[in-house]
Design a protein around this ligand. Structure first.
Ligand code: SAM
Length: 344
């Protein structure tokens, strides 16, 4: 109902509009001619990938998904780019241990063992996980893990020696537990330790212990920010929090670097197009590691990802460090920035 209190505190401009305005000002400078079509893609329905669950009886699911998609496709006959996604040719198999089908939101059906067959996610979210290149018996840390899409993908490799999944948010950590329960058998689940620490403190807690660290930081979540009013980081009351994001991201990345063994690797990722949250955070972290911790960092070349996935994703070609997947009307994934650092 109406109340004077609501009238006084109601935002005059919805956060999605504020977000779009902010992006128009900033991204048109950075992305130039590319911005109008990326903008349009952000405002269109995103495309999903179905991460097939290797732990469930998935042999029939591929076919089932295609049938369901075919039905979906008939229901959405107005969207021509959907067509290729129903054919097996559009499925991506980037790693022998992963199977990813490009798909659409569907109900998930538990299999006979009680495990769900597939997890829907932005297919570009797999790229940071693949970049981490987990090897048998690696100790892996997922510093900002909830709700757990990337944690699940990490576990799908079946080769993590030990996985620590952390997230500061208790409520989001609960969702992570739910996902582990729905997709991962008990024996594997028991090798995962779930915690709810402030990731910025991790370096002091357990320094130099992990072979691989994923730092998938909170960011302006560009696609969400232009589409959803709820939980929007561009809400006026969250201005301060939004402005502090690059600092938080830097602190989390530093903690990730300190948690890594010498010779180990860190993958930093965001779902934002902003260089302030992407390359600048990398540059500052490399500098601080050197000057304050006497740790030298090598920024790894990931340009082979562009070749490997050129048919599936649209990459930004002018990234100075790391790789950036740009939303595209015919490949509406991302944005997803990822950069790999090696601690020397
Ligand atoms: N990796 C997750 C996935 O793939 O499902 C998504 C992670 S989301 C982009 C960023 C997460 O960082 C949020 O769940 C948020 O609760 C968490 N976070 C924010 N500040 C944090 C902090 N100081 N320490 C640890 N986690 C933090």
């Amino acid at each position: 109902g109406f109340s004077w209190k609501n009238a006084a505190t109601a935002p005059r401009i919805p956060p999605t509009r504020l977000a779009l305005h902010h992006f128009d000002e900033n991204y048109s400078l950075q992305l130039k001619d590319l911005w109008p079509s990326i903008r349009a893609s952000l405002l269109c329905e995103q495309k999903y990938g179905a991460l097939l669950n290797n732990f469930s009886a998935v042999h029939h699911v591929t076919q089932e998904l295609e049938l369901l998609n075919a039905a979906d496709f008939r229901g959405a006959a107005t969207s021509p780019p959907l067509r290729p996604s129903v054919t097996p040719a559009a499925s991506v198999r980037p790693h022998p241990h992963f199977q990813l089908l490009i798909s659409f939101p569907l109900a998930r059906l538990p299999d006979a063992l009680g495990l769900l067959d597939y997890y829907l996610m932005d297919a570009a979210s797999l790229l940071p996980v693949l970049a981490l290149n987990v090897q048998p018996d690696d100790f892996v840390l997922d510093l900002c893990a909830a709700p757990g899409g990337k944690t699940l993908a990490l576990l799908q490799t079946g080769i993590c020696g030990h996985l620590a999944a952390n997230d500061i948010s208790i409520s989001r950590t609960k969702r992570l537990y739910q996902i582990l329960h729905s997709y991962v058998p008990k024996v594997i689940r028991e090798t995962v330790s779930v915690t709810s620490y402030d990731g910025r403190d991790w370096g002091q807690l357990q320094g130099s212990t992990f072979h691989k660290v994923l730092v998938d930081v909170p960011c302006t979540t560009d696609r969400h920010s232009v589409m959803e009013e709820e939980n929007n980081i561009f809400h006026r009351r969250r201005t301060k929090e939004r402005q502090m994001l690059p600092m938080l991201q830097l602190q989390l990345l530093m903690a990730g670097i300190l948690a890594t063994k010498p010779g180990g690797e860190v993958v930093y990722s965001t779902c934002s197009l902003s260089p302030l949250q992407n390359e600048y955070v990398i540059e500052r972290a490399v500098e601080i590691a050197e000057t304050e911790f006497n740790i030298s960092i090598h920024v790894e070349d990931l340009s082979h990802f562009r070749t490997l996935f050129q048919d599936t994703f649209s990459f930004f070609l002018d990234c100075r460090l790391g790789e950036l997947v740009l939303p595209h009307l015919t490949a509406n994934f991302g944005p997803m920035y990822f950069c790999k650092l090696r601690r020397m």
